[in-house]
Design a protein around this ligand. Structure first.
Ligand code: PGA
Length: 244
């Protein structure tokens, strides 16, 4: 592992209630005692309903809290059902995931995502910017074209990019148990890094079984973990195995 920090970001998606917070102390205790902890950035992105109680529980912890999306308008407004970056920051979020394929699938365009990124950065949140190709696009061998487009339009007119972290998540890999071939993944991460000069993490079916293979790809700066992050044992296992 040659990178300064390894990110382990838990994306809880639409899972979890107040009782899910009871297991947080396990991860916190593990991190406090883990000898490599100085090089780890550990971030939990729970549903918005849990951001405040989670932040409170993690007050003396190195674990940080993030959100899974935000509205593009950084001021309050008549937008029923939405929350903006200012509200998320107010309740303890430091990061926000934007451009996740599950949101793109619901109609979020590169243009809308760009507005969200700008608004989040302006508010002072760090952005986990998700990009990735579908299976159809992969089969048509247009992955790089798709990623380039998502980067170009999603990050358009943003000069200061230091608070952006890219999460490469092939859509066909999310929740399916499938991961890209190591060589392919190395090449794609390299492509994104050259293009953006930013840190790049990988997401899509990361679990304790495939982490050995994934960690050997030495240009990856960390992982965005969905399903496996809801089980503290699996999540801790992934971190441990990344280092041995
Ligand atoms: P997964 O989800 O680990 O369950 O595949 C990753 C993600 O959607 O961020």
């Amino acid at each position: 592992m040659t990178n300064k920090y390894m990110y382990f970001i838990a994306n809880w998606k639409m899972f979890g209630g107040l009782n899910s917070l009871n297991s947080l102390h396990k991860v916190d205790r593990f991190l406090k005692n883990f000898k490599k902890n100085k090089s780890i950035k550990l971030i939990f992105c729970p549903p918005s309903t849990l951001i405040r109680p989670m932040s409170k529980k993690l007050i003396n912890s190195r674990i940080e809290v993030g959100s899974q999306n935000c509205h593009e308008n950084e001021d309050y407004g008549a937008f029923t059902g939405f929350v903006n970056s200012k509200m998320l920051k107010d309740v303890g979020a430091k990061y926000v995931i934007l451009g996740h394929s599950e949101n793109r699938k619901c109609g979020e365009t590169n243009k809308l995502i760009n507005l969200k990124v700008k608004s989040a950065l302006k508010t002072g949140l760090k952005v986990i910017f998700c990009i990735g190709e579908t299976l159809k696009e992969k089969k048509r061998k247009i992955t790089n074209q798709i990623l380039s487009k998502q980067i170009k339009f999603g990050l358009q007119k943003i000069n200061k990019k230091k608070n952006i972290l890219i999460a490469y998540e092939p859509v066909w890999s999310i929740g399916t148990g499938l991961i890209p071939k190591s060589k392919e993944l190395f090449t794609t991460i390299n492509f994104i890094k050259k293009k953006t000069k930013l840190n790049v993490i990988y997401g899509g079916s990361v679990n304790p079984k495939n982490i050995h293979e994934l960690k050997s790809i030495n240009n990856i700066d960390g992982f965005l973990i969905g399903g496996a992050s809801q089980d503290p044992k699996k999540f801790i296992d992934i971190i441990k195995k990344t280092y041995n």
